[in-house]
Design a protein around this ligand. Structure first.
Ligand code: DGJ
Length: 648
């Protein structure tokens, strides 16, 4: 920006003179094997990759910019990030620092975004490009429920299985901008990176600033082709640790069963039934600490509430383990309640604007993780509990966004650094905890999927997809989420009916069929089910245990979009194509129907498959050219979940 290209540029750096003009000139280009880590930020890793570094230097200010590009041997993707360095003698101020800028020679694309709200996360929105700017963004301090740090540009004729699609996603969990500008000559410029709203970064001489990493994918095989690249990036180059490729434990979570109203006995009653039907992990959600009988108090006071758990967490863990279950625990470590010992001790530890009313949101404030001592405290509160009791799983929740943004510790001229410093602080805490507790399975959560992004996935291999557990809604939410995120990253549970979020009654079979396309679990009081339902639950669990390697780590193809009609269909195919699981669901009952016919994808054309539930067998080529024919049960939210197995 500042010379003859009149469009907005990918970065703005203000020199000591006040000038925002930059004239970057080529200094060097080097290629190296592999991919270096990004200091303090989540990013993809790869050994079988090549990285190109282009170094440029401003002719006046001493600004040095390194553009970093990695290509991967096994994925059609480019990772791109930028490093800013001040080689001059005076301070520089970064006002904008995008991670990715892609100029396209035409604008004959449609823009696809994942936009939503609480309980309606990641709806697939498709709109044509037009002159001017089209964008999605978050300035909420988190990637957010409302927008996802992802866009796709698709040719108008692109479908799930055919056509050209460019996908871009940011490995970051805070404020972001993702947008396209179409200029007077109908050329499109895609930009993705940190949002420049309320952002500025002071760069003293010899200091550096690293942008988050953006991932760019290309597919000539439609949206499924794009998603396959993102899923592979997640599986092979982003998610780390013991659970990266492992079967995820089938869990039961007490939240929708009890909310805050539980005691040890009630929990154990649920856990005992869970153990009998084959559940593997019992998760104790919100309300076990401080004096938390509702959401008005105690965040920050991470000591067990002995009125509910008189024998403490250690004893609970022992009893749960005694039933053959693992134990999981809920935390919301980034938050503070005004009614808490922590707030009384440190009223300035929250994000707040000096002199203004502190805006509460779900009766809570956000801890200021731009401060090292606050990060240390957050780290210790969780570490102490994990070190004292054998906890196998952590649900890391975050239930509000930033308001009245200010830090008591940052000087006035650096206040606009807060949102990004917060993310760096959080990532530092997560790096320490996940390194120190490598056997703990972490699941990230933010009022459901309010921070479901590639940044959090780097630390935590699964995310609670949405607080909406209604099977029909979940069809939409998981369908949209799968544009970027693989099945193994999506927490999905069977809950009670009428559903607590929508009031809808759906068959137990449908609830399980949708949930098993993610990290499967239950979130209801099993003791409230009938004997027949309990038997059905036991059968569901047995089936998921047999199929979960394919369901979690197979290749996922979306077949029918709930955003285009009343039906949701997808199929997950094992890497060796010998096993596949098809889901088909119709939201509203329809009278006088023919059997359904769905064309399948991803099978081996030369193999013959037997559908376990019907006993029929078909050639893979037939299933992919003509489709699979099956009868759908009657009623609302009717579904089939069919297992296809290759015959020898
Ligand atoms: C929001 C989460 O999304 C829910 O699953 C539950 O953990 C509540 N928070 C608890 O407060």
């Amino acid at each position: 920006f500042g010379f003859s290209d009149m469009r907005e540029g990918a970065f703005t750096v203000r020199a000591a003179s006040g000038s925002r003009t930059s004239d970057l000139r080529f200094v060097s280009a080097t290629a190296q094997e592999g991919k270096p880590a990004l200091g303090g930020l989540p990013a993809t890793f790869a050994s079988d990759a090549k990285t190109l570094r282009l170094v440029l230097r401003d002719v006046v200010s001493g600004l040095r910019v390194t553009l970093c590009y990695t290509i991967f041997e096994d994925v059609d993707a480019i990772a791109r990030s930028v490093l800013f360095e001040n080689e001059g003698a005076s301070d520089l101020h970064i006002e904008r620092a995008m991670s990715l800028c892609l100029d396209l020679t035409d604008a004959d694309y449609e823009l696809i975004t994942l936009s939503g709200a609480w309980s309606r996360e990641r709806e697939v929105i498709r709109r044509p490009l037009a002159p001017g700017e089209t964008s999605v963004s978050s300035v909420r301090g988190a990637s957010s429920l409302q927008a996802s740090p992802f866009v796709a540009l698709a040719r108008p004729d692109a479908t799930e299985c055919a056509g050209e699609v460019i996908g871009a996603a940011l490995v970051y969990s805070g404020n972001f901008y993702a947008g396209v500008h179409v200029d007077q000559h109908r050329m499109a410029r895609l930009m993705l990176g940190l949002h420049d709203h309320d952002f500025e970064w002071a760069l003293a001489p010899r200091e550096t600033f690293q942008t988050p990493e953006a991932l760019l994918t290309y597919s000539a095989e439609g949206f499924n082709g794009m998603s396959a690249q993102f899923h592979r990036l997640c599986a092979e180059h982003l998610v780390r640790g013991k659970y990266a490729h492992a079967p995820r434990p089938i869990l039961i979570n007490n939240w929708e069963a009890t909310y805050f109203n539980f005691d040890e006995e009630k929990l154990l009653t649920i856990a005992k039934t869970a153990a009998k039907v084959g559940v593997e992990l019992f998760v104790l959600d919100d309300g076990w600490f401080g004096r938390r009988n509702d959401d008005t108090t105690s965040l920050g006071d991470w000591q067990v509430d002995e009125r509910k758990l008189p024998h403490g967490l250690g004893s609970l863990a022992e009893q749960i383990h005694g039933l053959g279950l693992k134990l999981g625990l809920w935390f919301e470590p980034e938050m503070i309640s005004v009614q808490s010992k922590l707030y009384r001790a440190h009223p300035d530890w929250c994000i707040h604007a000096e002199g203004y009313e502190r805006v509460e949101y779900r009766q809570q404030l956000v801890l200021d993780l731009s401060r090292a001592e606050v990060c240390e405290h957050v780290y210790r509160s969780v570490r102490d509990i994990l070190a004292a009791s054998p906890i196998d799983y952590v649900k890391w929740d975050m239930n509000r966004n930033f308001t009245d943004i200010g830090s008591a510790a940052l000087p006035p001229e650096r206040q606009k650094e807060l949102a990004h410093r917060y993310m760096l602080g959080l990532y530092g805490v997560l790096e320490r905890l996940t390194t120190e507790f490598p056997d703990v399975l972490f699941e990230s959560c933010a009022s459901g999927g309010g921070r479901f992004d590639l940044g959090m996935l780097y630390y935590m291999p699964q995310t609670w997809c949405s607080d909406n557990t209604d099977a029909v809604s979940r069809g939409r939410i998981q369908y949209g989420s799968s544009m970027v995120f693989p099945p193994f990253s999506m927490g999905a549970h069977v809950s009670a009916v009428p559903n607590h979020q929508t009031g809808r009654i759906t068959p137990l079979a449908t609830r399980a069929s949708v949930a098993m396309s993610g990290c499967f679990g239950y979130e209801l009081d099993l003791n409230a089910l009938s004997a027949e339902e309990i038997q059905e639950v036991a059968r569901q669990i047995e089936r998921v245990k047999k199929l979960r390697q394919t369901l979690l780590y197979g290749r996922f193809y979306r077949l029918r979009s709930p955003f285009e009609g009343d039906e949701t269909a997808w199929i997950t195919v094992a890497p060796d194509q010998r096993e596949a699981v098809l889901l088909f669901m119709r939201a509203m009952a329809r009278a006088n129907t023919m059997p359904e016919l769905v064309r399948l994808y991803g099978l081996n054309a030369d193999m013959r498959y037997r559908v376990e539930e019907t006993g029929e067998s078909y050639g893979g080529d037939q299933l992919m050219r003509q489709g699979l024919c099956f009868a759908l049960p009657t009623g609302d939210a009717a579904s089939v979940s069919l297992t296809l197995r290759a015959l020898e």
